[in-house]
Design a protein around this ligand. Structure first.
Ligand SMILES: C[S@@+](CC[C@H](N)C(=O)[O-])C[C@H]1O[C@@H](n2cnc3c(N)ncnc32)[C@H](O)[C@@H]1O
Length: 271
């Protein structure tokens, strides 16, 4: 079999579960056989052991996301290691990293609450040079956060902490707070796409009404935001009004829509 035949065979199989089957087979061939797209089209004879590739394909056909299979993904031009303990970074979350980029300076103190892979904290630190603290509660996710800080050689400060508790930490106040918290209503979780159900529940479940973490951030972290400081949170569709209510002690500055026209990031200023 040559590379193009293998690519076509793989693509046909992945069409069962994916709308981007060509892209996914290209990623799998690149990851497992180091084949570039031009290698694939050059119809190279394949003599490699294909067992790992076939195991990976079966996993994908069982709705395991491609990102977990290859164990890494790109976000804001940086690479992040992934496993089933962390949410896969989404392209729309790049808006959260960019929305205050013109204000965050190397002198700023930034908190990223609910950090997971650290994709927000690490990207913002690299973009701005700011002092960034990354808060994450769960062991598996915290471990991935530490690995990604090392991989990206950046000075993010990891903090293992449950943001639903009042911080009695000896920590300096922040100029900026960013967060992409879990925000799906508990009862909606079961109806999510099968791939998403392979992501950690602890990264998705926003409590009975989906607002548990916004309330926690308001209650526990607003005292740690300096006057004149900014808060930006990612939200899901139709959450803007209630999130503005929750942070009613702040001034709503703007709401940013994502590429699908969905209101995705809400930005506030304290004072
Ligand atoms: C929606 S994910 C966001 C991950 C990452 N910031 C991103 O944007 O891809 C939410 C993260 O919050 C973490 N988390 C859930 N409950 C938490 C809590 N009480 N305190 C701190 N982190 C929490 C989860 O483990 C998960 O990593």
């Amino acid at each position: 079999m040559n590379s193009l035949q293998l690519y076509r065979q793989l693509t046909k199989r992945l069409e069962e579960v994916s709308d981007c089957a060509q892209f996914e087979s290209k990623c799998l061939l690149e990851h497992f056989l180091s084949l570039s797209l031009s290698d694939i089209y050059s119809e190279k004879e394949i003599n490699d052991d294909l067992s790992e590739l076939y195991i990976a394909t079966e996993k994908r056909l069982n709705n395991i996301p491609l990102q977990y299979i290859v164990g890494k993904w790109e976000f804001m031009d940086c690479e992040f290691l992934l496993n089933k303990n962390v949410l896969i970074p989404r392209p729309e979350t790049e808006l959260l990293c960019e929305c205050l980029a013109d204000k965050i300076t190397p002198e700023s103190v930034v908190y990223d609450l609910c950090s997971g892979t650290g994709c927000v904290a690490i990207s913002v630190q690299k973009l701005s040079g700011a002092k960034v603290y990354a808060f994450e509660k769960y062991d598996g996710a915290y471990e991935m956060l530490l690995k990604n800080i090392t991989l990206n050689s950046c000075a993010v400060i990891p903090v293992k902490f449950d943001i639903c508790k009042k911080p009695d930490l000896d920590i300096e106040k922040s100029d900026f707070i960013l967060s992409n918290p879990p925000y799906i209503r508990s009862e909606d979780i079961a109806s999510l796409q099968k791939e998403v159900l392979n992501e950690p529940l602890t990264a998705l479940d926003g409590g009975n009404d989906g607002y548990l973490f916004y309330r926690a951030i308001n209650q526990n972290f607003m005292p740690l935001l300096k006057n004149g400081g900014y808060l930006a949170v990612e939200i899901s569709e139709n959450q803007e009004t209630e999130v503005i209510n929750i942070f009613s002690s702040l001034n709503h500055i703007k709401t940013i829509k994502d590429y699908n026209g969905i209101k995705r990031v809400v930005v506030f200023r304290k004072g």
